[in-house]
Design a protein around this ligand. Structure first.
Ligand SMILES: [Zn+2]
Length: 344
C-alpha cells in the first residue's frame, strides 16, 4: 500500500510500504477514508534530523473496518470508525479514569511497528477499545467534522474542560490554528459567553467568530496581553486556553489570566519552563492541561456533530490526495492552509 513517510525536516514522501494485516487477535484492519495533517506534524517537518530512512507519520484518521481479530467484538467489516490519536484498550485503570493517553496497553500511531494514519490502511491495535463506530456511510458529508473527533475537537474540549470553562467563566483562547478554533467551539459549547480569541490571521479569526468568539485580539506579546486586560476591566479572564505550545504563548497566558484563574495548555510544548515564580504564587494561578485523552470525549461530542449543532470540520480549508500529502505539509508550514484533509 501507499503511505506517508517523513525522512527529515521538509522531506515528506509517499511510498510503497508493506500491506498491513491483522497480527494480534485484538487488532483490526481499517481502510482509511479520510486522514489529515496535524499542527504537531509540523514540528518534525520543521526540525527532524535526516536519518537516511523514512518514518511513518500521521495520527488522525477515520475509515472502514475490513477485518477484525478473533478477540474484537462490537465491530465488523463495513463499519465506519474513527480512531483517536492515541490507541488504547479502554479497559485498564487509567482508561476507566478517562485517561486513555496513559493506557497500560496503549501507544502512539506511527511508532514501534504501528502504522501511521496518513496512508491507505492501518493495522489498529486494541481495536475494540480504540475505535468508535460512527453511524454514517462512507460517503457522508459529515466525514470532515467526524474526523476532527480524532484530535483537534477533543483537544480543544480537553483544554476547556480542564480549565473549568462554564457559563460563568470568561475565556481567552491563544492561537488561531485548528486546535485554538476548536477550543473556541468547545468553550462556546460549554456555555462560555465571553470568548476572546488571540490570533492574527483574519480568515482564521473570522472562523473563530463563527465558532463563538466574541472578541478578537490580533496583537501579540505584551501588547496583546494589554489589549485583553483592557477588554476585561484590567483583570484578564477566568480561564486561558493556550493552544500554541511556544514560550511567548504561555507567557501571554499568564499575562491575561485573572487572579485565581486557570491556564490550560494543549499546544505540544516546545519550551522547558513555565512561569511559576513568587508573583504567580501570589496570584493563585492554576496551570493544567496536557495531552488530550480524545477517546474519553468522543461519545460526548459525537451527537453534536451528527445532529448539526457544531461543524468543526470547517477547520479544513484544503483537501489533497495521498500523493499530494507532501504539498499539504508545505502548505500548512507556509500558513497557506489552516488544516489539510487527506483523501487516500
Ligand atoms: Zn487502558
Amino acid at each position: 500500500m501507499r503511505a506517508t513517510l517523513i525522512y527529515g525536516a521538509g522531506d515528506v514522501r509517499v511510498e510503497n510500504v508493506p500491506d498491513p494485516a491483522v497480527r494480534e487477535p485484538t487488532d483490526a484492519l481499517v481502510r482509511v477514508l479520510r486522514a489529515c495533517i496535524c499542527g504537531s506534524d509540523l514540528w518534525p517537518y520543521g526540525s527532524k534530523p535526516a536519518n537516511g530512512h523514512g518514518d511513518r507519520i500521521g495520527h488522525e484518521f477515520l475509515g472502514v473496518v475490513e477485518q477484525t481479530g478473533a478477540d474484537v467484538s462490537g465491530l465488523k467489516p463495513g463499519d465506519v470508525v474513527v480512531a483517536p490519536f492515541v490507541w488504547a484498550d479502554n479497559t485498564c485503570d487509567f482508561c476507566r479514569e478517562g485517561l486513555q493517553t496513559s493506557c497500560r496497553h496503549g501507544g502512539l500511531w506511527a511508532r514501534d511497528g504501528v502504522d501511521g494514519g496518513q496512508g491507505e490502511a492501518v493495522r489498529v491495535p486494541q481495536a475494540q477499545g480504540t475505535l468508535v463506530k460512527l453511524p454514517v456511510g462512507e460517503d457522508s458529508a459529515l466525514l470532515p467534522s467526524l474526523l476532527t473527533l480524532s484530535d483537534v475537537l477533543p483537544t480543544g474540549h480537553h483544554c476547556a474542560v480542564t480549565a473549568g470553562v462554564g457559563p460563568r467563566t470568561s475565556v481567552t483562547v491563544i492561537g488561531d490554528g485548528a486546535v485554538g478554533l476548536s477550543a473556541v467551539l468547545a468553550a462556546k459549547r460549554l456555555g462560555a459567553e465571553r470568548i476572546i480569541l488571540m490570533g492574527r490571521h483574519k480568515d482564521r479569526t473570522d472562523l473563530g467568530r463563527a465558532f463563538g468568539a466574541t472578541d478578537v485580539v490580533a496583537e501579540r506579546g505584551e501588547e496583546g496581553a494589554e489589549k485583553v486586560r483592557e477588554l476585561t476591566g484590567g483583570d484578564g479572564t477566568h480561564t486561558v486556553l493556550e493552544c500554541v505550545g511556544l514560550k511567548p504563548a504561555i507567557d501571554t497566558a499568564f499575562g491575561v489570566v485573572r487572579n485565581g484563574g486557570t491556564v490550560s495548555r494543549v499546544g505540544a510544548p516546545q519550551y522547558p519552563d513555565v512561569p511559576a515564580d513568587f508573583g504567580v504564587f501570589l496570584r493563585n494561578i492554576t496551570l493544567t492541561g496536557g495531552v488530550a485523552p480524545a477517546r474519553a470525549y468522543i461519545e460526548e461530542l459525537l451527537p453534536d456533530i451528527l445532529e448539526g449543532r457544531i461543524e468543526p470540520g470547517r477547520v479544513f480549508d484544503r483537501s489533497v490526495s495521498l500523493d499530494e500529502v507532501p504539498d499539504g505539509y508545505r502548505a500548512m508550514a507556509d500558513r497557506e492552509a489552516l488544516k489539510v484533509l487527506v483523501r487516500p
